[in-house]
Each structure stands twice: as C-alpha cells, then as structure tokens.
Design a protein around this ligand. Sequence first.
Ligand SMILES: Nc1ncnc2c1ncn2[C@@H]1O[C@H](COP(=O)(O)OP(=O)(O)OP(=O)(O)O)[C@@H](O)[C@H]1O
Length: 598
Amino acid sequence: MNIFKEDVLDFRLNFKVIKKKRSGFFNFQTYNEETTILNNVRGTIQSNTLTAILGASGSGKTTLLAALSQRIRDGVLSGEILLNGEVMDRRKMTRISGFLAQSDVILDGITVREHFYFMIEFKLPNLLSREKKLLIKNSLVKFGLNENTKLKHLSSGEMRRLSLATELLTKPKILFVDECTSGLDSFSALSVINTLRELAITNQKSQSRIVLMSIHQPTSEIFHLFTNIILMAAGRIIFHGTVKEVADLFNSMNLFCPSQYNPCEFYVNSVADPRKCTKIVNFIASKDKCEYDDIHDNQSSSLSSETNLEDDKDYDKLSWLRQCQMISYRSILNFCRSPKQYLIELFILILFSIVIMSVYFDISFESASNVQDIKGYLIILSTEILYTFTYAVFTLIYIDLPLLRKETGNRLYSLSAYYFSLVVLMIPRVIFETILYTAIIYFATDVGRDITTFFNIVFAITLSGVCAMAYGFFLSGLFESFFIATELSGIVDLILILVSGMYMNVKHVPLLKYISFFFYANESIAIIFWTKVNTIKCHPNPEIQCFSNGTEVLENLGYGTTQFDLYMDYFYQFILTIILHIFAFIGIKRNVTRSGFY
Ligand SMILES: Nc1ncnc2c1ncn2[C@@H]1O[C@H](COP(=O)(O)OP(=O)(O)OP(=O)(O)O)[C@@H](O)[C@H]1O
C-alpha cells in the first residue's frame, strides 16, 4: 500500500500547425492552412506508474510527448498542463523534466566520462568536485557504461543507456521518453524498459517520478511491464487507463485478442482501423468512461510556444563566461579526438596554395607586361582562402543546429555563449591557415620575399578572414534550410565578388564596394604591395599600357593609394564584421528557436 501522495500530471491540449499556402494564377494569393495534430487530448498521469503511449505511425505519439514536455515550438499549442495543480509553463517544465528523444544528438568524438563531465558541469554546476566525481562513477556503474569508450563507438543500446543516465543526472520529476527501443534488439529493449519501470515505480517518495513513454510495437514481455497505456489514433486519445482496463474494455466489446497474438499490436491495429475506432469511442462514451471532464474545464489558457530561450535568468546554471569556457573546452576536445575531417580540409587548402604557387611561380617584376599577372596573383592570394573561411563556418552551424536546439532548449547554456565561443575558437584557425597559405604562395614566387610585406599581407587577409567568417555565420542565419541557404549564398557571393574590383573597376561601384570583404582584402593587399613599387619599366611594345610606379597601378584599379586608405579599409571592415555578427546572431537564434527540441 502506498503511504505517500503521488505526483499528478493533468493535461488538456490542442496542437495545430499553420502553414502558408499559395493559390491562384501564378500562386500570387496566399492563405493559411491549419492542421490539427493533437485534437483535445486530455488525461491524468500519476507517478509510480509506467505509462506507454501506443498508436500507429503518425497517430501523434511524439507530438503529444513534445507538447506535454513543452519542447514543441513550430505550431500553436493551447490548453493546460498542471503538475499537482500548478500550471507548468515552458520554463518550469524544462527545469523539472527530462526528455529522452528518439535519436541521440551528441558530440560523438568525446568519451563517455567526458560526456558526463560536461553534462554535470552544465546541469549541476554547484556540486562539489568530489560529488561530481561520485555522480559520474555511480552513473557509469548503474548504467553499465565504459568510461573510456568514445560516444561514436557506443552500441545503440549503450547510447540509449547513456542518454537515459544523462537525463537522470538532475533527478527529473517527470521523464518523457520517445521511442526508446527503436533499433534495439529485444533483449536490449527489455532491459531499457525494465530500467524505466524501476525508475517509475518505487516505494520511496523522494525517488518517485512520472515516466511517460511512446513505443512502437513492444513485445508481449515489454507490454506487461507497463502499468498504464494511452491508445492514440489520428491525434486523439482513444483510451487511457490501466493494462487491465484496456483488456476489459476490448473484451466487453467482444474484441478478443487471439491467443499467440501480441496484445499491444491487437489494440493498436484496432484503434488504427477507423470503423473499430469509432465503435470503441462510442462505446467508451456510452459507458461514460471519460473521467477527465472535470479537470479545470473552464480554465483553458494558451500555452505560448514563443517563449524566448534567453528570457529566463532564474535557473541554476553556469555563469556566462564559464559556459563559454565549457563549450570551448568541449569543442576543442571533440576536435582533437576527431581531427580527420579538419586534416582533409587543411590538405585541400595546401593543395590549392601549391596549385596557385605553381601557376605564378616564375612571374617576376621586370616589366609592365607582368603587371596584369601580378594583379591576378594578388587577387587570388586572398579570394580562395576567404571562401574557405566562409564555408567552414557556414557548414559548421548547420551541423551543430540539432545539438544547439536541444542543449539551449534544455537550458544547458545560452546561445550567445555558444556563438561567442565559436567565433573566438575560429580566430586561431583563420590566423594559422592564412599564415600557411600565404607563406606557400608568397615565398615561392619571385614577386616578393620581403618579410614585412608578408606579415602585412597576412594581417590584411586575417582581418578579411574574420569578416568572411562573420559572413558565413550571417549566411547560415538567413535560412533554416541548408539547401536554400547554399543556393542563395551563390548569388550573394557573386554580388560581393562583382563589387570587389576583380572584374569591374571599383570606381563604378563607389558605395556597394563597402559591403564586400573581398574588396577590403583586394584593396588592402594591393595598397600594401603596390605602394612599395617605386619604378616599373615600360614594355618596348607601345600597345602594352605603361605604369611608371605602383601608385599608378593602384589609381588605374580605382583603389586608394595611401596608408590612410589602408587603415580606413581596416576600420570599415571591422564595422562590417560587427554588423554581420549582429544579423547572424539574430538569424541563427531564430532558426534555433523556430523548431522544437525533442
Ligand atoms: N510541425 C508539423 N507540421 C506538420 N505536420 C506535423 C508536424 N508535426 C507533426 N506533424 C504530423 O502530425 C502527425 C503525428 O506526428 P507524430 O510524429 O507525433 O506521430 P507518431 O505517432 O509519433 O509517429 P511515429 O510513430 O511514426 O513516430 C504526423 O502525420 C505528422 O506528419
């Protein structure tokens, strides 16, 4: 007999998505199309029970879990969720609940121990160091995990156990589990469900929790571990009660589960059949089995799905700087453990520089006939590497997006800390690659072997590289879809190239050139290089344009000719970098917060 009062989760929810559609001639007219995904779903779930949501694919199981756990975003959620009578908004719900998603989103280069270390640092920063160590040790033992295994080498079952252990670090009052047996063999699946049952059903009040899970085709053995089930069809709850009650209901309707048949499959197939489902709904209505109608019928309120991630400052979390430190440390560790991808990128960059170097290897500075070659050489010196920086960042953001959604959504750290850490981490890469790439090209050719000019050029390319990186962030914030962003980036790149002075004299684009970091790179490198050239021999052929010195070349290109122009380039580029970062952050934040984090 239970001597303590159970936690009770009451809910009544509707969830619909509104999509803009186009119609009419040339698709000019737009209208909103509403799709109801959860249709007045209501129920009561108690702690000390293991409740499974069952239903055919597309019946709304994941959406119900995501809505109840307040981790859904891209739609309109209305109704209410109460825990022991207290309204659960998104902030409260994410604080007291854990969500074990169908697919694991993790940084897979680090080891199990390191993963625990970071999760504890993010989730429980106030624990003492020895408590953290003990917690890691206990979690490893309890969930049978090897501390030194890299996450990418974990089996599916181990990964599920790791995710579960991670969710349990904060001892959540409610645990939502979505399809946790997908991809597991029957033995591993049984072991996971057994663990969930142990977590749900206990005699100790302090350890009691609500466990609500969705599951696909559980075996009979697993089915008998559930105490309660929710049967769903077409976004509605058809039945909610104990395992015994569902059997009684079907029996009293003369719907008998054949022997040797998995009861779960029988129930799911029955509610998936529209005729049988209607019969069951009518039967339940006639028996007045719907015991939820008295729950706060007149208190319906709207559950905003627009809550801002950065809004809530009152939860225990790491200080902003410590968040940055942890995010950076984790990224560096992950990078060091899986450097292959980066080494390939570096190898390609070196190949590029060798190709460019071999083309320009023997250009010398003897006469005006080479001026054209040198102009091209200076342009190529910066352009290729700037593209590399832009697209390195651009792809990185899209790769990180699911992790970012999950971790910022679960309040592990703030998006600004992630963004800042990434920007800071990318700067050494920009400096290192610029030095490497420029050194290979610059010192191999005959046009300059002056060390001061080299470092000045490296400095100019680095500044433009940092701006190119900001542009990469900006592009990734424009669209949530990688495909659309990639397609669009080609057009934006083209505009930036066209106004950079490569194909058109910048005098013809007096204002537009300022939006292009390619322009800043070209102009600053040109100023650094050509202002040092005091004399150029004219070619004997009068048809070849003659420049008597570097300043004339700069004037011909439409570029500035003084050190002041160079410093102004640096200044304007700095402003452009800041502006791009501001827009990039707004865009990325919108992309991160637009979708749910489950
Ligand atoms: N954001 C959305 N926009 C449009 N439709 C959606 C959205 N989210 C869910 N749906 C639709 O709602 C229905 C329920 O989806 P849900 O993922 O909850 O089903 P499920 O029962 O968990 O399915 P499965 O067992 O296959 O995972 C599906 O038809 C799905 O396409």
